[in-house]
Write a new protein. Sequence first.
Length: 202
Amino acid sequence: MRHPNPTLDRFLDSLEGIVAAERDQWKIVAAVEPLVKQLIADPDHSYIKDKYRRPPEGKTGVASGYGQYCLYRRGTQLSVIAFCWGPGKGTPIHDHLAWGVLGFYDGLEKETRFKRIDDGKDANRATLQEIGVHFTKTGETSHLTSPQRDVHKVENPGDVPSVSIHIYGCDMGTQRRRRYDASSGAIEWYSTPHDSDEVVVS
Ligand SMILES: [Fe+2]
């Protein structure tokens, strides 16, 4: 057993099977995304505990607008995280440097995607072009691949918390990644530690 919740346990079993068999990030996200869609469609959402449906109180810093509740992680290879953005909260423009699959339970998330259009040689500054805005609703899924589809910002434009699940091919609690200043393009390395942990395996 990987997790005490049977619905999430079944999902994790299939997920671990995929990542054990496949190295290509495109093939991984193609296989994981339908699995996440299925997970969200299952009426049992009890693994998203009530306390994961609101951001933690008193949190400060770059990730203060959202809760990052890790449900399962294996080393630095895989993490499954419940995310919650409070109304009006959001992220800076950022990347992940890993593949990811996202699934949406409640509320509304506005995702703005960007493409880096400079030559990538300046480690401190990037020129970003906005390439699209998507409003993501209950039951939908999305994915990230690095570096082709990796830079975005996420906001909750609604008046209730947004709740989603994110699966990453890394431990997003320790992953060093970049955020980008929207006007100057300045790059800063950062990481966002989990607000809580459930199952951790090595
Ligand atoms: Fe993100």
